[in-house]
Design a protein around this ligand. Sequence first.
Ligand code: SF4
Length: 624
Amino acid sequence: MKSIWNRVLKIDLSRGAFEVEKLPDDIYEKFLGGAGLAAYYLWRECPAGTTAFSPENRLVLAAGPMQGIKQTGASKWSAAAISPSINMNADSAATASFGIEMKHAGWDAIVISGRAPQPVSLAVDNDRVEFHDAKHLWGKNAYAAEDGLKEGLQDDYSCLTIGKAGESLIRFANIQTGKKSFLGRCGLGAVMGSKRLKGIAIRGSKQISLYDSAEVDRLNREINRRLYLLDAEKPELLRASVAGTARATERFAPQGNLPIKNFQLGTFPEGVEAFRTANYVRELNAKPWPCKYCVIRCHNRCEIKEGPYAYKGKGPEYESLAMMGHNTLITDIRAVAYAGELADEYGMDTISIGSAIAWAMESFDRGVIDRSDTYGLDLAWGNAEAMVEMVRKIGERTEGLAYLLGEGVKTASETIGRGSEAWAMQMKGQEIAAHNFRAQYVSALNYCTGVASGPSHERANTQHLWVNKLRMPEWGVELDEVGNDERWSWEKAAIRHAKVHDYSNVINSACHCKFMEYNGYTMTDLLATINACTGLGWSHEDLRRCGERITNLQKLLNIRYGWKKEDDFRYPKRFLEPVEDGPAAGKAPLGLDEAILDYYRERGWGEDGIPTLEKLRELDLTAT
Ligand code: SF4
């Protein structure tokens, strides 16, 4: 197989040593790379009983067969570990250029185990691997740590780092890379912190051998040009390069897809107005800041020049705006952008922190907590100053409520009690994302049955059949086949969700940016590129089978780390409560329990939600 190195860098932080593992082709043929390869390593090296913060946990950083080619979206890479929020396997993905450098350095993956006696960082320059003392970086925020890591190194290194949140084991601590992209969900930053690894700098100069480099070049040119032109046809304010995913707030409002007031309301006109694309660009001075080779260019750099929220850096994406803005009823876009940047610097996931603060605001509103709990802050809905201050206090692990929130809303609500569990919008220990289950019922199904990252909006982004008109005609999800009203139907939910989940796993394992799929990139583009890179000669059936195999392996990992069927059914009570206003008024995913069971059947799993032996044999997983 081409476009892989068959080489994995194994780092043992306890011993301060590394070794090279040669991995045979058949592992890649089964799991491709990225998320699939990471799941394979967890399966092989993390037995039952391994916990998130134990030295035996593996943090796996993995590229795929697409890294190293100059195709739009090919800057993605994946990571996985046992997560401290869901206490099961979880993966997450980021962009920037770390994955590309890892590939150019000659590594398909880096598998990190152990715990360093003192804070360390790694510098990887092709085959040269160095362990550096990082005591001087410990205690620094994630961006300052990246600057520190680069001191004495040349500019061409790509870095990833954790902030103070990862060091202090906040359950939703993230890992940042390039000051612009994040392994955001499930607390992988805390896993890194538990290993006392502050950061990694990497660069490489090797060129991977491709199966058909002329065809790869042709595909790159054709795809890059087509996607660029498709984007250029759009009215200015709808182009991804203008405000990135943040422009989705405007589009999702008429669909009822926004999370509003901790998922209690169906409309928030002031918020929709405040976060409009035109306001975003004006108030935040947004300019494109693309990942390497990207023609869609959704990431942007912002600058607020003056006032209490002055900063220059990453512009907030959709999930950050929605969870820290609409979900808290805050309309000050500068405050939300600044709070997001603050969270990024501490190294905290903005989805989880938005949910945690919304939970605290609702608890405050209902009298479950008061100013004696909130450090004197008026944690009323819409109070931007209080929200910003709470982000700071959570990041600092301030004793009391802020510390508790850093443990996640599940633990916070169970500790404080008094009925507050009812408005903790989490499943399995992770806060749910910014897609409203009343706008399309399949979002609820997705949150309940996700196997790659708990209740993730990303690991199976089935909501995009409606919210972004994602289509997969190659796998039978035709252009005209998905009716708008089917948002509120379970009829084809199981099969569609299974297909999108498997497709997501293929994308995260080939390592490609999902935003391409909403901008004209097709499954056929992905398959043709994988084949031209690797020589696998796959059909669409093979692609599906690979995705399904990875989904099932992730499910087996869930089971190994303690998943029980009832976990899928322990969703927030609010899931079944309709809102009174807005486009999804009166809608709620009633029948969710039966839909989960339907999904198990569609998957070929037993009524207990466990893959059958027959299914595992069919997917060639029994010998793994
Ligand atoms: S679409 Fe956005 S996240 Fe994806 S590669 Fe381009 S700039 Fe990066």
